[in-house]
Design a protein around this ligand. Sequence first.
Ligand code: NAD
Length: 484
Amino acid sequence: LRGVLPGRTGAAASSGPSGDDDAPADRYADFARSALGRKVVPGLGLPDPAPLRRDAPGAPLAPGPVLVTGLVPVGGGDAAPRDAGAAAAAAVAAAGARVLLPGDDDGTERLGGVVVDATAARSPADLVGLVGALAPRLRRLARGAHVVVLGLDPDRLPDGADAATRVAQRALEGFTRSLGKEVGGGRTVQLVLLSGGGAAGLGGALRFLLSGRSAFVSGQVVRLADPVGDLPDDDLARGSRPLEGRTALVTGAARGIGAATAQLLAARGARVVLADVPAAADVLAATAREVGGEPFVLDVTSDLAPDRLGERADAVGGLDVVVHNAGITRDRRLRNMRPDAFASVLEVNVAAPLRLTEHLLATGRLHRGGRVVGVSSLAGIAGNDGQTSYAASKAGVIGLVDALAPRAAEVGATVNAVAPGFVETRMTAAVPALNRQLGRRLSSLGQGGLPVDVAEVVAWFAEPASAAVNGQVLRVCGQNLLGA
Ligand code: NAD
């Protein structure tokens, strides 16, 4: 599996903000999606890289009605969702999708999504209710449908919860991660954990997880905590531009994932400052023009970077969103590693983001309601042959999230990170062909992601409605089989 996760090539900039213009063709996916492939692939149990349902302007939340159900007791009985399920149903309806409750489901319609409220599970035996809730409905899931299981955060159960409750709620994780590997057809499955019994922030999470914005996220656990500030009442009114009135800065934004992120944040209404190194100044200017943002030449590792960032933040009236996307690799096995190469990877990928975030927090330049987003990697979770420096730096980004999220919460801000898996960029074009195939296929969705898939997660963290999402690391990897 050596090199299955992408490393950096040092290649020149790609030609567009999507960053995937030069990504190699996925010929297997082309075949599997052909008429012949659709007949052959399922029968042989081959990977199924079904087209993903990505977001598009005016797209509905889900490709059909969304069933919201509770656990179904063995032998039948009341399957009505509990409080969390009722909150979910209200949020889904508010987002414009038709809600089906168990009593209204005549078993005939194709489902665009399912939300299962499992918060009532108090013992392992209660989990059998998941079978009744989901098994008969899986065949009716539309292609690209998303399933969300609601549970209680086992580490933050209400006072007086017993061990059996904790066991049952913890068990939901294995259930969801396994179901994600079964559903196929570009479908996804996630677990949303509520804490303290409240459902604050659930609406924003469901609008992301049921929609095409989370197309390349599957088998993941999202924890909702106490919101760090007020959740916006007017969020739905903002429609497709939830970041209107906010200012975002993205580092490493000249190309690739950073450029796609800048583009998406701008499309969602943000004023965007795009930062990159002096050597990339020309491409940076072109990308900034293309996305309607402002170029800012900045090497995040320079001694002056905190002060220059501060000045720039002042010039734009303070920052609401900071995305630490700039990253490098200097891949070598440890026995051949030079200390200066190892140091440079740590410096760009984690030391600079830490220094800059601490500076922004200490000087009050991150507005109340601010959002800091780090970019980790699957390598930081699973490790990768030849990537001790990179994996250390990307695991360090997770440490940054853990360390700074509580501090940010004190000023009404959040710190989260995205952990991409195999993303189709110029970088992955340089991965040897066999490893490229493994990187794509060894995942539940059977394909690589696009830069916009990572950008979508960043944009979701950035939204005002994500105030209950803090201290999280969300993998966007098509449920890659590597790592936890
Ligand atoms: P990329 O190499 O295409 O872009 C990285 C950008 O960061 C470049 O424009 C580069 O000039 C800039 N940069 C590097 N050092 C900088 C510095 N000191 N100051 C400012 N800017 C600097 O890479 P990408 O594929 O778009 O990756 C973006 C992020 O996503 C990185 O942090 C990377 O580690 C991470 N990531 C990528 C993948 C993938 O599959 N492409 C997977 C996991 C994680």
